[in-house]
Design a protein around this ligand. Structure first.
Ligand code: SF4
Length: 418
């Protein structure tokens, strides 16, 4: 396919594809799926070889959030029967982190529910970062605490945080449909604050919330312009008890096309296969390793993932290798730029004054805008710019049997999955 040849060439040069090319990837038929994966896989291997970075989530504070992110099991009014607990003590968090590190994780992602931290919370998290770093030499720590106020990113950096996660989640045009208690602009501002403080920015999306192809391309192009170092791609886990419980829009094939599109648009960035991979990719997970160079090991914030040993076996069986602490995740040009406090070197991305983790993100479903359906009115104008294409395969059946609320690890008496 000419399209794929063009996209591989651009990916190897770190050149931004056109919006039409990105949309065309999402529109490819299932018959071409392996060609799409192979093409995006060439770009992945150019910048990341066959390495897979493992990341480990520690949910410092679970549930009872005052925000209304529709995708989130911890949201205001959530009826999901998740674990609810307040701040873990530094030593508890460090113990949970150590299990992930022992399982091969190179980065620990410490996450707390809530709109954003108070200054006292930042003190508390600073102690937690110190405890994790003391117990786990060489580990990277990424904090994910919501919207940051002035000076908080600097304080987290000074406390030893390496990175900060705050996802854009979905397109600016539809952001108000998924969350009403904060804005897309708030999220962008927090990513800029993290970058300005010298933190490695991690910002990604959640697919499967009823968005159109145009929305997906919008948010991925916005991420490229923001220029984070890592882009987690979450697939909505439709939790019973949340407004998006009925949004079962994804097939494994569509999830792979989305990952391929992200890889083409953000070729040299750590693309992380994040929440929902087991639920939506199922037995196709190994193919996703040809697109993403990073995954979460073990469980998510409020749901259980597959056994950590199965993650490791999958990586080995697919011919990939777990990235060690002696290897830089990012290609040299990006690692150097991060060390120098500059932008990561996206050819088409802005450096500008210089994001959530797991499927903790936000939305009220736009009824009818899901895969295979007619776009909602808000999408129609953009639908004229480029063909909004529904996936070739019908949406999957609800697979509530695949969603398991986390009952082990942080906040419980049971050992974590790592
Ligand atoms: S995504 Fe974060 S801010 Fe939004 S409801 Fe969930 S925990 Fe709260």
């Amino acid at each position: 396919m000419d399209l794929l040849t063009t996209l591989v060439d651009k990916g190897l040069r770190r050149e931004l594809p056109t919006r039409e090319e990105a949309l065309a990837v999402l529109a490819t038929p299932d018959d071409d799926l392996l060609d799409v994966v192979a093409a995006a896989g060439k770009v992945r291997r150019r910048w990341f070889g066959r390495r897979v970075k493992l990341n480990y989530l520690v949910n410092l504070k679970s549930g009872l959030c005052p925000e209304d992110c529709s995708y989130c099991s911890q949201r205001l009014g959530s009826k999901a029967e998740i674990l609810k607990y307040t701040w873990l003590k530094p030593e508890q968090a460090s113990e949970a982190a150590a299990a992930g590190v022992a399982g091969g994780a190179k980065r620990v992602c410490i996450v707390a529910s809530g709109r954003g931290p108070t200054d006292r919370d930042v003190d508390r998290v600073s102690q937690t970062i110190a405890a994790i770093k003391e117990q786990n030499e060489g580990v990277e720590v990424c904090a994910c605490l919501g919207l940051l106020s002035d000076g908080q990113a600097d304080r987290l950096r000074a406390a030893g945080a390496d990175a900060y996660n705050h996802n854009l989640n979905t397109s600016e045009a539809t952001y108000g449909d998924i969350t009403t208690t904060h804005t897309y602009a708030d999220r962008v501002a927090t990513v800029h604050q993290a970058q300005a403080a010298g933190l490695s920015a991690c910002s990604g999306l959640i697919a499967g919330m009823g968005e159109s192809d145009a929305d997906l391309v919008d948010v991925v192009f916005a991420l490229r312009a923001l220029d984070p170092d890592s882009v987690p791609v979450n697939f909505l886990i439709p939790f019973e008890g949340t407004p998006l419980a009925k949004e079962w829009n994804l097939t494994p094939q569509r999830a792979l096309r989305i990952l391929a599109m992200v890889r083409f648009v953000c070729p040299d960035v750590e693309v992380r296969l994040a929440g929902g991979r087991e639920v939506h990719l199922r037995s196709m997970q190994p193919l996703a390793l040809h697109l993403a160079n990073s995954i979460f090991l073990g469980d998510y914030l409020t749901s259980e993932g597959q056994a950590g040993k199965d993650d490791l076996a999958m990586i080995a069986d697919a011919g990939f290798e777990v990235e060690g602490t002696d290897t830089s995740t990012l290609p040299e040009h990006r690692a150097d730029a991060l060390a120098g406090g500059g932008c990561g070197g996206h050819g088409g991305g802005g450096c500008g004054p210089c994001g959530d983790g797991d499927a903790a993100a936000e939305p009220a479903v736009r009824a009818g805008a899901g895969a295979g359906t007619v776009p909602a009115p808000a999408d129609e104008a953009r639908a004229e710019e480029a063909p909004v294409t529904a996936p070739a395969t019908p949406a999957g059946e609800a697979r509530t049997d695949l969603v398991s609320v986390r009952r082990r690890g942080a906040g419980t008496e049971l050992p974590p999955n790592a």
